[in-house]
Design a protein around this ligand. Structure first.
Ligand code: ADP
Ligand code: TYD
Length: 223
């Protein structure tokens, strides 16, 4: 069976992931490569409903374990409906957040630890790991300030997705540290990119990296 290429983007809220993912998707499409773009939580109709529950700041008293389960329920749906079929068809899948987010936010931020997250990953995702993960690490305070600005603009349009940005600074510090721990543990899969440069500079670095990895993986249709 053909096997595409699974690429994920990770980072703190406001680190510039979605911006870079969109830029890379446009670049790859222009090369004639077949890509599928998705995100977590969300990315399917069921996932969007789970996302609304998880991100709405009016969701109160959600148990940390229930939150963990919902993240993986969303992921299982996205895997079944979007990611596995696309990879099976030989496509390049670009996914905004995946299990590293759960390890960073629920494992680190909520202090559930890495172990339950990695165990659930084995069960719920069959251990499907990305071929490459781009971890955007921008300045801590700047990332959060950007995410909060963006979400308060969105809230003005009636869309409330501020539950995680509303967490306190120690929470976000733990997320940041867990991301660094994951990158140190899996240096081949996870490539850290410094996010404190212009959107274009970061984009060019990502294009170079992805081109190299796609060639290694022989997904070379456009190259
Ligand atoms: P994320 O998906 O990581 O939360 P976004 O891509 O939505 O982040 O970016 C958050 C905000 O920061 C957006 O308004 C975006 O235009 C801006 N932004 C993204 N990357 C940069 C950058 N390198 N420099 C300055 N602003 C940026
Ligand atoms: P996202 O929409 O990517 O936020 P942003 O664009 O601000 O980076 O993700 C929504 C939020 O969900 C984000 O604050 C991180 C959180 N999250 C988790 O806590 N665990 C997870 O497993 C995932 C996928 C996201």
């Amino acid at each position: 069976m053909s096997r595409g290429f699974f690429l994920t983007f990770e980072g703190l809220d406001g680190s510039g992931k979605s911006t870079q993912l969109r830029r890379l998707a446009a670049h790859l499409e222009a090369q004639g490569l077949r890509i599928t773009v998705t995100r977590q939580p969300g990315g399917t109709r069921i996932g969007d409903r789970i996302r609304a529950l998880l991100l709405d700041s009016r969701t109160e008293r959600l148990d940390a374990m229930a939150e963990l389960g919902l993240m993986f329920s969303d992921r299982a749906q996205c895997l079944g409906e979007v990611i596995r079929p696309a990879l099976g068809a030989g496509r390049i899948v670009l996914c905004d957040r995946y299990t590293d987010s759960t390890e960073a936010y629920q494992g680190g931020g909520r202090q559930l630890g890495s172990e339950p997250v990695l165990r659930m990953h084995q069960v719920m995702c069959g251990g499907l790991d990305p071929d490459l993960t781009i971890l955007l690490l921008a300045d801590f305070d700047r990332s959060l300030a950007r995410a909060r600005r963006r979400n308060s603009r969105a809230a003005g349009n009636g869309k409330d997705e501020g539950r995680f940005e509303g967490e306190n600074l120690p929470f976000h510090r733990r997320v940041f540290e867990k991301y660094q721990e994951i990158a140190a543990r899996e240096p081949d899969r996870v490539v850290t990119i410094q996010g404190d440069r212009s959107i274009e500079q970061i984009h060019q670095q990502i294009v170079g990296l992805v081109k190299e990895r796609l060639q290694d993986a022989a997904v070379s249709a456009g190259y």
